[in-house]
Unconditional design. Structure first.
Length: 565
């Protein structure tokens, strides 16, 4: 395939749909932000560590040189499809090698991945497509949870901008679709042409151009889109890698979805920014055991579902004894987790992160009480944190809890095509209002922050955010429901699950869990958002301003679960 001539970039059109970083902020952060795109950063690392392992899965591995060449070839094929620079591409993948190859190839071809989940259904994908007007849809056809090819065709039928269907893993060619595996089938001479074409493409992109659209978890409907930019996104990962103590030659596996923000920032780009190997696999004990047989993991993010998986598989647990740092996420760090894993020089710490930017991690040299009792401190000295009273917007008294608000070199200044949301999600000074309640802890090396509660009406189910109001709005159309409140209930495996408190409509019986799940299934809502317990009540508790008292409901369901244990 011949080199591709790239037209003048239409990035201004994309940038017009989002809030840019102020010029003075870019200047203030120039020393840390970098001047390269993500593909250029990856190329620099791949040249330096060409023969070192870059990607390890349960059944294969690739060196940096192999991954770089392979993604060049796929990028060249994508660039020849008639897609325009900056076009958005819906991406639905499980944790597999092709997820990594496709991610880098899209970035190299100057396309913008939109990080959806393969579990997302019509309810979510149609809305996301309406927000971003994608030109292409890239799917993993062998996903067992649903027919993604059928979903892609339904999405294209109602999205005029969608004109290209791309597949991976199709056992038989799909009519009208392009299998991106075909882009790899070229002779040795094509490698040099592909590399030259990618370099030409990347030369036309600035470091502050949008590289991808991630999904938010804190809106009142389906997710808003988060525009992440090349330089700041790579910086985010590099700083996290330093906080984790990642070094060249390390092996960083990741079990949460690769294409979502944590998978990219805390997994893929974290490893690759330091010349370390990244590993991923299906989130089950057999696949993870096969993965650790192929390498010696050195750092691992361990939410409750991963811990339960590890505890169920003795060989897997033994294979993870090479870990130097275990990062706990999703809830309070259990005492038995510390006792079990903080030994033989291994450290256990915590982190807090959001797709909008700001990340915190407990430093490796922090005292045990900080690593175990806080989520740490921001990754960069340039991160700015305010703790505000959520009612008045004033700063709280030192030591008091309040809403975490932040801005900095890798935190967005606005959502994509969402001016109304931006009015309430950011302060006039550009601080992002996280919706999380934190308390500042003054200690040497700090300040540090303890996560106390949340304002955002979210359920964090194993790392996937469920917006309560999104599901409540749908459930209010159920004929047997007069009022409903969806709240988080504690769960040892997933961290949290959703419990629906319902007030039955007059003359009806309260619907069961199965009733609500069937109702949401009929509305094509992703299954991880379905309520997993239903509690019927004559009325819902209210606060002094007559809002549903969800804090009381969360305490009530937690007490019920404790009594049942």
């Amino acid at each position: 395939m011949s080199a591709v001539t790239v037209a003048s970039p239409p990035w201004a059109e994309v940038d017009a749909d989002q809030v840019p970083y102020p010029a003075e902020l870019i200047a203030a952060h120039a020393a840390v932000r970098g001047t390269r795109t993500i593909p250029q950063e990856f190329r620099k690392v791949a040249d330096a560590f060409a023969d070192a392992p870059a990607l390890i899965t349960a059944d294969q591995s690739m060196t940096f040189a192999e991954l770089d060449e392979r993604t060049d070839r796929v990028a060249l094929g994508l660039a020849g499809l008639g897609l325009d620079p900056g076009d958005r591409v819906l991406m639905q993948f499980t944790n597999c090698s092709w997820a990594v190859v496709a991610w880098y190839a899209l970035l190299k071809a100057r396309l913008v991945p939109v990080a959806t989940l393969p579990q997302h259904r019509e309810h979510e994908v149609f809305e996301i497509a309406e927000q971003c007007q994608p030109a292409a849809h890239l799917i993993e056809t062998q996903f067992p949870g649903q027919d993604l090819a059928a979903l892609a065709r339904l999405t294209a039928a109602r999205t005029p901008s969608l004109r290209v269907l791309l597949t991976v893993g199709a056992s038989d060619p799909l009519s009208g679709a392009m299998a991106i595996e075909e882009f790899e089938h070229s002779g040795p001479a094509a490698a040099a042409a592909a590399r030259a074409a990618v370099e030409q493409i990347q030369a036309g992109i600035g470091p502050d151009a949008v590289c991808c659209l991630q999904l938010s978890g804190g809106t009142t409907s389906t997710p808003k889109l988060i525009p992440r930019r090349h330089a700041e996104y790579w910086l985010n990962a590099k700083l996290y890698a330093e906080g984790m103590g990642v070094e060249a030659g390390d092996f960083v596996p990741h079990l949460l979805p690769v294409i979502h923000n944590a998978g990219i920032v805390c997994g893929l780009h974290t490893a690759h920014s330091k010349g370390a190997a990244f590993g991923t696999c299906a989130p089950n004990a057999d696949a993870f055991t096969a993965l650790v047989r192929r390498g010696r993991p050195t750092q691992l993010m361990m939410p409750p579902p991963v811990r339960e998986m590890v505890d169920s598989a003795p060989e897997l647990k033994e294979g993870l004894q090479s870990l130097r740092f275990v990062v706990w996420v999703l809830g309070k760090l259990p005492a038995d987790m510390i006792e079990e894993w903080e030994q033989r020089g291994r450290l256990v710490g915590q982190m807090f992160g959001q797709s909008e930017g700001l990340c915190m991690i407990t430093p490796l040299d922090a005292p045990a009480e900080i690593r175990h009792g806080s989520v740490g401190r921001p990754l960069s000295p340039l991160d700015e944190v305010l703790i505000l009273d959520p009612e008045t917007g004033d700063e709280v008294t030192p030591g008091e809890a309040g809403e975490l608000c932040c801005r900095g070199p890798y935190t967005i200044r606005g959502y994509y095509r969402a001016p109304e949301r931006n009015q309430v999600a950011f302060t006039a000074e550009g601080f992002y209002k996280s919706g999380d309640i934190v308390r500042r802890i003054e200690a040497p090396g700090g300040p540090y922050y303890a996560l106390e509660d949340r304002i955002k009406d979210l359920i964090n189910r194993g790392g996937e955010k469920v917006n309560a109001q999104e599901i409540e709005k749908l459930l209010l159309d159920h004929p047997a429901i007069a009022e409903v409140a969806l709240v988080a209930m504690p769960d040892p495996r997933m961290g949290e699950r959703a419990c629906a408190f319902v007030v039955p409509a007059a003359g009806t019986t309260a619907p069961s869990k199965q009733d609500l799940q069937q109702f949401l299934d009929a509305h094509n809502v992703a299954k991880f958002k379905w309520p997993e317990r239903v509690e019927a009540r004559d009325e819902l508790p209210r606060t002094s301003i007559q809002k549903v008292d969800k804090k009381r409901l969360r305490a009530e369901i937690a007490a019920l679960l404790a009594a049942e244990a």
